[in-house]
Design a protein around this ligand. Sequence first.
Ligand SMILES: [Fe+2]
Length: 392
Amino acid sequence: MNLKLESNRGPVLLKQEQLRDEQVLPSWTGGLRRISAASSWENALEDALETPTILIVDGLELNRRLLRGILKASNYKILEATRPSEAFAMLESEKIDLVMPDLVMPEMSGIEFCGMLKADRRTQLIPILMTTGVQGVENEVAGLESGADEFLIRPLKPSLVRVRVRTLLRNKALIDSLEEAETILFALAQAVEHRDKYTGMHCERLAAYSMALARAMGLSKPDQLALFRGGYLHDIGKISIPDNILFKRGLLTDQEWEIMRQHTVRGEDMCRPMKSLAPVLPIIRGHHERWDGSGYPDGLRGQEIPLLARVMQVADIYDALTTSRPYKPAFTHDQAIAMMMEEARRGWRDPELVPLFAEIARPSMETHDPESWQESADTQESLANMRRHLSR
Ligand SMILES: [Fe+2]
């Protein structure tokens, strides 16, 4: 299929072949330039991070070799210690991003080892993934209570280990990039998110989607980092919105809307004192603006809306559409893209970014059937509900 994009210099028609490894797209500053395609969400996120270092602590060579084998395809630096004393020495001399101890070790148990790492200010933020061959939920509970972030029982499932490792390393990378005050803000932002049990992992998905889109647009690493942080912080202002408004199931009154809309400005106020968050402020303030000027808080139109806020908005809408919420089911990828295209045609969304997102979200759109979702009254109602909630 071909992709037609409206650039600042008029329409640009791209053929499917051009959308594979290297893309020719209108640059968001004016002309045309060649950029690399983002191959996947995972890669986009991981490419922005440095090579992480993992420390395996296990007395048995067989166990260490097994973990090495599971992780060897990923771009990690792997260190090994046969006993806790050796591990502590390595933690003194190396920057470790993840520790993987066994429950049973020489010198002390994995639980004691975990407890010591978490009690030391220098090592307490390093994530711990504990493994064991000893069966029993009591061990798992004890391991987690001692401070392990994850606990896996052998036989290990390689794909599960890789996913857990990746998630823990991402969180560590985020923590590393923060100042202490920022750490508190991010913790608050996640607390806001976790109050709504239907949106688990929302922040992480937003960060990944928006960074992938940013890479496809050829945006800089600092812009990608701003989007990564914006994925977590964009709704932090909701912490100041009363629960009876934030979680109201029915329609909001005009006065309640007025309060709800303030979350953008309040979020910006909260983050403004931190210089390092300056690039994230336009995302926090501008993520509810609409292309046609009907959004808030400033009613900006078109390219007046900060670019990173437009990127975040596309990611936010896609995530809201493709996950289930109390007021709507999860739509499929194809339905979500069709709805977003429709909103772009209505003038609500950036007419360049939505088609680009559709293209990188899945290389083939041949199966899209924009008509299929429009016919169902249930779907229409779900969509109306979602738009109402999303505009909060
Ligand atoms: Fe918001």
